[in-house]
Design a protein around this ligand. Structure first.
Ligand SMILES: Cc1cc2nc3c(=O)[nH]c(=O)nc-3n(C[C@H](O)[C@H](O)[C@H](O)COP(=O)(O)OP(=O)(O)OC[C@H]3O[C@@H](n4cnc5c(N)ncnc54)[C@H](O)[C@@H]3O)c2cc1C
Length: 377
């Protein structure tokens, strides 16, 4: 296991999760792994103890996801259910919402998806038009979402809408828990070229009637509430990418030690060894930034965590794409066979460059917010 500056407690958590992941191995049955990880307390390690969680933070949760990914069995829904939805409910939900949702999200027996992306807004979430309007004590929610993961297996989806400020252009987001079988809530799976157990869905919300307590947090709290969920999402996506990258490199290294076509194993050729070493360094650097972002978030520094989480997600996405590319190349023809199972990671690795915020949007953010350059869009 790579060296870290982590506490003994975190190292012990890493080894315990790694052992669980390795027991399941790749290809793994995600449902079985989810249920076992939930029972062992790993899925809710970030949630408050009084609601069945482990009382830790995103630091611990991201470590769990990274180690499962390193073992070849990443659980994408961890990014969504405990990290985004669990955090938002724990921070802004009512006592009743916390009692209703957190114990199940913590032990993995309940799942919540998260929908913000819209077909006509994409990266520009200020342009979302899913609109909530009041009807007596109820809310009526209307709009469309796209690429929302795991809606079929989730008990509910946390949907980002806006109240009727829709035409002002300034987003005042509000978050609603929409049960999977709510009347008017339609889903259609998107045919993705991605080998993953979690499916992506296009959603249509057609005057979905929701009770007053479907609203999480304050309808006027705006972006603060939303970013309480989006920063953990970025940290978790970084951990997802680092895990996948580490898995790919470990497979490539094992192969390069054995495969011999001249006089020595191919790993003795620097043209094979150096790019693997570089990929390893990039993953380690990305992990340091991810740990920084997680610690800032857990310390309550939302602004600092925002910048660090963006940078960590960027670095991890780039490192993952490079690591997978080099791993596939190391295996030669076997890099593209089903038996070795690395080629499908080429597509999967790209996800961390695109979602939840693309590399270009992070570069825009850093140019503008960190460096103070003029905004280009
Ligand atoms: C596997 C997968 C799972 C997902 N799961 C979820 C989920 O659970 N919930 C959810 O809400 N969403 C989910 N998403 C959606 C994801 O967050 C979006 O795909 C992402 O935000 C990008 O939006 P878009 O696809 O509309 O791309 P677009 O916004 O159309 O961007 C297309 C390209 O243009 C570039 N671009 C756009 N604007 C600029 C600019 N100003 N400057 C420079 N370049 C720019 C982008 O970087 C990108 O390369 C998922 C996506 C994938 C692929």
């Amino acid at each position: 296991m790579p060296q870290t500056t982590e506490s003994d407690e975190h190292k012990a958590l890493r080894s315990a999760v790694a052992a669980l992941g390795n027991r399941h191995g790749r290809p793994c049955n995600a449902q079985e792994l989810w249920s076992e990880a939930g029972k062992l307390g790993y899925l809710g390690v970030n949630l408050p103890k009084e609601y069945g969680g482990g009382g830790g933070g995103i630091t611990e949760l991201s470590l769990v996801l990274e180690e499962l990914g390193t073992a070849g069995c990443p659980l994408l829904m961890m990014i969504v259910s405990p990290a985004i939805c669990g955090t938002v409910i724990a921070r802004f939900g009512t006592d009743a919402q916390k009692r209703r949702w957190l114990p199940g999200l913590a032990d993995g027996s309940r799942l919540m998806a998260f929908g913000i992306t819209e077909p006509d807004a994409g990266s520009n979430s200020h342009r979302i038009t899913t609109t909530a309007r009041r009807d007596g004590a109820d809310w009526l929610l209307t709009g469309r979402k796209v690429f929302v993961s795991g809606v079929d297996i989730a008990d509910a989806t946390l949907v980002v809408g806006r109240t009727e400020d829709a035409r002002t252009g300034r987003l005042k987001p509000c978050l609603f828990i929409v049960p999977r079988d709510a009347p008017g809530f339609h889903r259609r799976p998107i045919d993705m070229e991605l080998h993953a157990v979690e499916k992506q869905f296009e959603l249509v919300l057609d005057d979905v009637r929701l009770p007053a307590d479907a609203l999480v947090g304050d309808e006027d709290a705006g972006l603060l509430q939303l970013f309480a969920g989006l920063n953990p999402e970025r940290v978790m996506t970084a951990a997802f990418a680092i895990g996948m990258g580490r898995y790919a490199i470990s497979r490539a290294v094992a192969y390069a030690r054995e495969r011999t076509v001249w006089n020595a194993p191919i790993g003795a050729h620097q043209a094979i060894a150096h790019p693997l070493a570089q990929a390893h360094i990039d993953l380690e650097l990305a992990r340091l930034m991810t740990q920084k972002a997680a610690r800032l978030y857990d310390a309550g520094d939302d602004a600092g965590a925002g910048e660090a989480a963006n940078m960590a997600k960027y670095a991890a996405g780039e490192a993952c794409v490079k690591a997978v590319d080099q791993a596939v190349h190391t295996l030669g023809g076997n890099g593209l066979t089903r038996e070795f199972g690395l080629a499908s990671l080429i597509t999967a690795a790209r996800v961390s460059r695109i979602a939840p915020v693309s590399r270009e949007m992070i570069l825009n953010y850093v140019s503008h917010q960190t460096l103070g350059l003029p905004k280009s869009y």
